[in-house]
Design a binder for this molecule. Structure first.
Ligand SMILES: *Cc1c(COP(=O)(O)O)cnc(C)c1O
Length: 404
């Protein structure tokens, strides 16, 4: 009889979003006259910008003619896209990243889940708590995380770095040195970030202890403050210790289009083994390239018109973020985030647990958010609202919350 990968059996069920969906369905069934507003979604809602549509249409037409038809894309991405990334995301921010250090992919979720394959089976990982679940679960599947405790909701072989209002949501260096450190900045779910000086300390730490930072910069486009780094490579020494993962999902609305990339610098080595060469080998074996049509759409993101249109799209969501943050503050709540990310992270009032506040908000304001405890034990007592809804719905939701 065949045997399965038993590591999969260790995964606790991810009940967060299915529990939310069930609770909302039960509520709407019992209260059909009430209009529920969802501020829990982590997905964009604005349509693709005109310049992206134009690029997609043009590329589709090319695929219909013999002379311009394209088959398999180069494994690592088309040069037109990799060069646009180098110029716009790196050169213009003073980062020295070359096109052959860019690996184009179908998105940041796959890359952030797959990157752990490059490291040894016993590599110890460190994650922020609360955290984007992909980082931990992909390491569980690889058998790296030890035993799960229902009590503490933690894995025995994972280092958790609590990010709470007490430490300003800035993780502290762990007592025991990890081999891999996952940092998502600006952060999902807390909506907070760190200064460039604080990030530099993490880069210095990683170089000192010989760790690799997996830097998820999916929300880079939402940064509004001057002293926040857009790329980890703005920090000195990052090329010897950091892999950066980027996505077109949140800055350009590609959640359904699918495009991302990962940067693995050539200077990033273990002895004389190059992680860049290893990732190229992995990509070439397990991935057959992002679609030509989609890579052309990605190129359009970096055109002058693309930059202008997407700046507007990001500004639309950030107007929602500001409305939520200011509105909640005025109503007396303690709120974080919403300045460099489209997420608002609030403290639940009156010592309520995250789930108690979820129920309270659903029943009394008919507003849906996400319980912070679903992202890790240190998320207990917090609640996430997203700025990805429509402006009208966002304002309506706030009005209801303010009346509570
Ligand atoms: C949304 C998100 C991503 C983006 O994933 P894609 O696969 O590119 O859509 C990556 N990381 C975090 C933390 C996210 O919230």
């Amino acid at each position: 009889m065949f045997q399965v990968n038993e590591n999969y059996l260790k995964l606790p069920g991810s009940y967060l979003f299915s529990t939310i969906a069930k609770k909302v369905a039960a509520f709407t069934e019992a209260n059909p006259e009430k209009k529920v507003i969802r501020l829990g979604i982590g997905d964009v809602t604005q349509p693709l910008a005109p310049v992206i549509l134009e690029a997609l249409h043009k590329a589709v037409d090319e695929m219909g003619k013999t002379e311009t038809f394209r088959g398999y894309a180069p494994d690592l991405g088309y040069d037109f896209l990799r060069n646009a990334i180098v110029k716009n995301d790196y050169e213009e921010r003073g980062c020295d990243i070359a096109a052959d250090e860019i690996f184009v992919s179908d998105g940041a979720k796959s890359d952030s889940g797959n990157i752990q394959e490059l490291f040894s089976a016993d590599a110890k990982i460190a994650v922020c708590d609360p955290v984007y679940p992909v980082y931990v679960d992909s390491n569980v599947m690889a058998g790296r995380t030890g035993v799960y405790s229902e009590d503490t909701q933690t894995w025995s072989n994972v280092i958790y770095m609590p990010c709470t209002m007490e430490n300003g949501f800035v993780p502290e260096f762990p007592k025991e040195a990890p081999q891999l450190i996952y940092l998502c900045l600006p952060n999902n779910p807390t909506g907070t970030t760190v200064t460039k000086a604080q990030l530099q300390e993490w880069v210095d730490y990683a170089n000192r202890v010989g760790a690799v930072i997996i830097y998820d910069a999916a929300y880079e486009a939402y940064i509004s403050e001057e002293n926040v780094a857009h790329s980890v490579y703005e920090c000195k020494g990052a090329k010897t210790c950091a892999i950066e993962i980027r996505s077109f999902s949140k800055n350009a609305g590609f959640t359904g289009v699918r495009l991302g990339f990962t940067v693995v610098p050539k200077e990033l080595k273990c002895g004389d083994v190059s992680l860049n060469a290893m990732w190229a080998r992995r990509h070439g074996t397990k991935f057959n390239g992002a679609p030509y049509i989609v890579q052309r759409a990605g190129e359009a993101v970096y055109s002058e018109a693309g930059k202008a249109q997407l700046k507007e799209q990001v500004a639309y969501y950030m107007k929602n973020a500001k409305a939520i943050k200011d509105g909640l503050k005025n109503a007396g709540y303690t709120v974080f985030g919403g300045v460099n990310a489209p997420y608002i992270w609030m403290k639940t009032p009156d010592q309520m647990t995250s789930w108690q506040f979820f129920d309270y908000l659903l029943e009394n304001a008919n507003v849906v958010g996400t319980p912070g405890s679903g992202f890790g034990p240190s998320g207990e007592g917090y609640f996430r609202l997203t700025a990805f809804g429509s402006y009208e719905n966002t304002l309506a939701a706030l009005e209801r919350i303010q009346k509570l």
